[in-house]
Design a protein around this ligand. Structure first.
Ligand code: HEC
Length: 202
């Protein structure tokens, strides 16, 4: 008998609790079960809110990570990446053709492109820069400044990556023997010799 009454009370409390949940605006502020139900109601959303508040956090964390990956790759990876090229190219900021070359896409290299670049180099650059690009060509012997040794990346003054080498070849270095060769050579030939020069660098 006592158990039945206890169960009955439990049932009523549960029912009131349920009703309270279903109708948060229910009027009966003094009744205990309603207060209990209100407490339950107040607590119930908490985990949901916490979950909701936490859910975007990993997503937000993931987004900058994903964005950071290419940037990191750009700064540390292969010297030919766009970011590395633009950073290197800042050495030529303000020089002839800088703004125009900055907008260019670098066409890909290939064995054929390198073979063509080697020919272009032999015909147009080797007289000063030397057959192997060491800066020891006969036509450059009396120049001041001397033609660059193109095989040593650290000796370039205006950048040694693709955008920079292209600009130097096409627009030259004012006041030196490094004349602008963009009028003599087609862009395709300039890019080929650029890739070839990059292949000589150590
Ligand atoms: C008449 C001689 C001469 C010829 C021909 C010549 N160069 Fe140069 N080049 C120079 C001189 C001199 C310098 C050094 C300029 C300086 O110190 O500012 C130089 C420097 C360079 C540099 C290095 C720039 C730097 O950042 O330090 C590159 C790259 C270059 N030349 C590319 C070429 C290419 C490509 C060709 C052929 C298409 C070519 N040059 C033909 C004389 C020449």
């Amino acid at each position: 008998m006592a158990l039945n009454r206890w169960l009955g009370t439990l049932l009523i409390v549960s029912a009131l609790g349920f009703a309270g949940c279903g109708q948060p605006t229910k009027k009966n502020p003094d009744s205990q079960p309603t207060a209990a139900a209100t407490k339950t109601m107040a607590e119930t959303p908490a985990p949901a809110e916490t979950a909701a508040a936490e859910t975007p956090a990993p997503a937000e964390t993931a987004a900058p990570d994903a964005a950071a990956t290419p940037a990191e790759a750009g700064s540390t990876a292969a010297a030919g990446s766009r970011e590395a090229m633009e950073e290197d190219f800042e050495n030529a900021d303000g020089m002839a053709g800088y703004e125009d070359v900055l907008k260019m896409e670098v066409p890909p290299s290939s064995p054929d492109v390198l073979a063509k670049g080697k020919e272009v180099f032999a015909a147009n650059c080797a007289s000063c820069h030397g057959d192997a690009g060491m800066g020891d060509g006969a036509a450059g012997a009396n120049l001041d400044p001397k033609p660059r040794n193109l095989t040593v990346a650290s000796e370039y003054k205006y950048g040694h990556l693709e955008l920079a080498v292209y600009r130097t070849g096409a627009y030259g270095v004012e006041g030196t023997g490094m004349a602008p060769l963009g009028d003599v050579l087609e862009p395709e030939e300039m890019w080929a010799v650029t890739h070839y020069i990059r292949s000589l660098q150590k």
